[in-house]
Design a protein around this ligand. Structure first.
Ligand code: G3H
Ligand code: ZN
Length: 278
């Protein structure tokens, strides 16, 4: 199948009141697992590569080209997104490589500067047929501190979307990045109010810290793109740890990465049901 446009699949999900899973790729096994898990249940999916993952690899193109190829070969619709990019140069590189969307993360900037840079990036993306997500309010935890961050103001969010032309908006509603417990308290009333005022699909970040039933409620309240990373790393690493503990002599990396890939595949299928993405 050809690569899918992120705005098309996200807008279709929003119109149908469904969620769409957006899961992070760090190694190639994750791209394979996420695509297989979505294919198993017949749901579209977004594979995303963060600026931090690019820093880990040292460059974007190798992991991006592998991910784009896996997406193109997938029988289920797959889009490929650049996540949490603060570097405009990196965004330009992703657009040139064929990503279907990017996130410009100006959440650390003041409002006016966030609007100015996001609008410039949006123009560039749209000239190339690429979708753009931005963030307003700040979902905490990216620095390792699990504070829920600054909440998004619904009126400011509507003005921000109007001033920048973004296709989707990440909002701060109580979740926090990189939580390993699933006890974040979402503000469902705030999600509904933002949904009523903002004309583009909403994105929930830091969703690993949100319990299953609250993920379902968040989609019902108006969230569409749901970003999950740490929770799947947990499934992957737990499996590696268990296989190595049982087989201390093991040296073939496929013997522990393979089972870890299978564990993520099954968890992705399960999460897509929880998100009403199927
Ligand atoms: O952009 C990525 C997500 O917000 C993932 O956050 O690792 O807390 O699930 P998470
Ligand atoms: Zn995030």
């Amino acid at each position: 199948m050809v690569l899918q446009s992120t705005p098309e699949i996200v807008n279709a999900a929003a119109a149908a009141g469904k969620g769409i899973g957006a899961f992070n790729v760090i190694q190639i096994e994750l791209a394979e697992a996420l695509t297989a898990g979505a294919t198993d249940v017949g749901a579209p999916v977004i594979l995303q590569i963060s600026e931090n993952a690019v820093k880990y690899h040292g460059s974007l193109a190798p992991i991006a080209n592998a991910t784009l190829t896996i997406a193109q070969q997938s029988p289920t619709p797959v889009a490929v997104h650049l996540d949490h990019a603060e570097s405009v140069d990196l965004i330009h590189e992703a657009v040139a490589l064929g990503f279907t969307s990017v996130m410009f993360d100006g959440s650390h900037l003041d409002y006016d500067e966030n609007v100015r840079v996001t609008a410039e990036v949006a123009l560039h993306c749209h000239e190339h047929g690429v979708g753009i997500e931005a963030e307003l309010g700040e979902v905490g935890g990216k620095d390792g501190v699990h504070a829920p961050g600054v909440r998004t103001n619904p009126q400011e969010a509507a003005a921000f979307v109007g001033a920048t032309g973004v296709d989707a908006l990440a909002v701060a509603v109580g979740s926090s990045h990189a939580m390993t417990s699933r006890d974040a308290q979402l503000d469902f009333e705030l999600i509904s109010r933002i949904r009523e005022t903002v004309p583009v699909p909403l994105v929930l970040h830091g969703s690993s810290g949100v319990a299953d039933e609250h993920l379902t409620r968040a989609v019902e309240a108006g969230m569409t793109k749901v970003n999950i990373s740490t929770h799947l790393n947990h499934a992957f690493t737990d499996t590696v740890r268990a296989v190595l503990a049982e087989n201390p002599e093991l040296v073939d990396t496929r013997k522990y990465l393979g089972p870890a890939r299978e564990a993520v595949r099954h968890e992705v299928s399960r999460l897509l049901g929880i998100l009403n993405a199927i």
